[in-house]
Ligand binder design. Structure first.
Ligand SMILES: Nc1ncnc2c1ncn2[C@@H]1O[C@H](COP(=O)(O)OP(=O)(O)OP(=O)(O)O)[C@@H](O)[C@H]1O
Length: 172
């Protein structure tokens, strides 16, 4: 089974996945952004955004043979997956997390707006269907609690859910 762990930057994917990694014996974890950097699996560099444009075909080819794997990245929902966990965070809190992590003000704000607009959740549902998407609100949760929720997705003890989180008030 392949499980994608996605969400707007700052929702805590890497933090929670690292905790979960230590609990799972049967799954490998792939941190897609690290793989992209390590193996140069990008098509170009966006200087303005200070980011790399992922080569999704190359990444998918690289992962094609892998089974029982967790794929962590805000791009992971663009690749085939059996289940997709979408981490969410209230935009104001997300913006603060990103600023504290040292992100530029405009970038932190752009990510908060994208979170308010459900951009990644919508993409995940479009690509994989409602029955495969598991939305996890991380706003007032410790990373270990988020890892608990992710573990339930992996073990199949949690029902799919999408559309329960509503952050649209941030935009008004
Ligand atoms: N549940 C949480 N509660 C509060 N702060 C958190 C939580 N999870 C992560 N953080 C903090 O928020 C910041 C972003 O976390 P993290 O790097 O794990 O996010 P990410 O979704 O993997 O981001 P990116 O997509 O940019 O890699 C970090 O500074 C981290 O310490």
């Amino acid at each position: 089974m392949r499980i994608a762990i996605t969400g707007t930057p700052g929702t805590g994917k890497t933090t929670a996945t690292t905790i979960l990694e230590g609990r799972l014996e049967d799954y490998d974890v792939i941190y897609l952004n690290d793989l992209l950097e390590r193996e140069g699996l990008y098509t170009s560099v966006d200087e303005e955004r200070d980011s790399k444009v992922a080569d999704l075909d190359a990444l998918e080819e690289r992962l094609a043979e892998r089974d029982d794997v967790l794929v962590e990245s805000h791009l992971s929902h663009h690749l085939p997956a059996d289940r997709v966990a979408v981490l969410r965070c209230a935009p104001e809190v997300l913006e603060k997390r990103l600023r504290e992590r040292g992100e530029r003000t405009d970038k932190a704000h752009e990510n908060a707006e994208s979170e308010a607009l459900d951009v990644i959740l919508s993409e995940a549902v479009d690509h994989h269907g409602l029955e495969s998407v598991y939305e996890i609100d991380t706003t007032d949760r410790e990373p270990t609690e988020v890892a608990d929720e992710l573990e339930a997705v992996v073990r199949g003890t949690r029902a799919p859910s999408a559309g329960e989180v509503d952050f649209v008030g941030y935009l008004t």
